[in-house]
Design a protein around this ligand. Sequence first.
Ligand SMILES: Cc1ncc(COP(=O)(O)O)c(C=O)c1O
Length: 421
Amino acid sequence: MPATLSQFAQSLTVETAFTVLAVAKQLQAAGKDVVELEIGDSPFETTESAKTAGIEAIQSNHTHYCPSPGLPEFRQAAAEFVSSEFGIPATAENIVAGPGAKVFEQFFCEAFLNPGDSVLVFSPYFPTYVPNIHRRGAEVVFAPLRQSHGFRPEAAQIEKFLNEAASPKAIFLNSPHNPTGGVTTEQDLRDIADLVRGRDIAVFSDEPYCHMVWEGAHHSLLAQDGMLSQAVAAYTFSKSYSMSGWRLGFAVASNEVADSLGKMINTSLSCTPPLVQMAGTRALKQDHAQRKEQMGLFREKVLLLTDGLNRIEGFHSLPPLATFYVFPNVAPVCNRLGITSHGLALYLLEGADDSFGVACLGGECFGEAGAGFLRFSCAEPNERLRQALEFLPRAIGREGRLEAFLEQRPGFRLSTEYPVP
Ligand SMILES: Cc1ncc(COP(=O)(O)O)c(C=O)c1O
């Protein structure tokens, strides 16, 4: 008899982007031309010095274990980066290296949450927050981010959570925000810090898009007075240095919390590969110009895609502030066609045409508050973005094909109309 999976394993939800990616690859293998705007990866090459440093590290045999919290030179470089760029008062002891930023969601939850604790998550949200909170038996309390408020968290929502949740213990913040592209302003962060300061509340500040702010500058909660002792920030090399496959990121936290995160690494991963940290150290020190150039190219893509999407009837995106995602409200289109937003996304990929498709995600893949929206990433050459933009209105107009798609996938029929902004 097979051993039964745990309740946690049976209920585990995953990042839908990877599921749609698999469908897109399957269709491509069968000969379909697919513009892939579903996954949040960079279309650019890893920056130059990082690549060279990685190769050199292997050739000079940095291929063994290293200290669990990270190489001293990596921790030092990361501390200098967050203090010089974001004003976080960090030293090397405040840095813990990890294989990307995502893993720190789990370690943050293990560091702070007990079963029954309440955790505030703003919705739409990065899909792996919830399973990591559930991993500890804690409860998620959702608060909606509204397009009319620039998808920014509101102080009143945090006050409500602190005053009314059963056992408030932690808050997940993400700015710049995936999937909406919203930016939490410095004043918002000041207000949030004032609300949580001195209370037994831990904040996870997820900041993978810190270099993708298109208006103004990035601000971190950890630069606010006292927040280094109450918050953990997570950064990654996946976006800024196009290193998603290397798996490198780091957390910034107080000395005590950093020690605890180091123990989490020790007891799970042992360490983050030293050769990868050496590549990252070099990127931080030498790839500033290339990073800036790549960010400029991303900005162009976001502007192109936002402008094109806003020309389609029934699509409404905010002016782009940050990230490489565009998150238009498409409620009027879904209501008219009687299809859910993720249904519409899959129709564009699978149903609208036999030889061409566009892969994107329905906003509900990021929580209920995302329903009625689509998320497009910009991870394709500009020419491909233009092809996708040209295809979308034609695809939406093929009502016979849409009906056939819904016949086959009745689960995507819209039962209750989405509110129209
Ligand atoms: C909000 C958010 N957090 C975390 C991550 C994970 O990044 P990493 O590749 O560093 O694990 C991503 C990646 O898309 C993200 O969008």
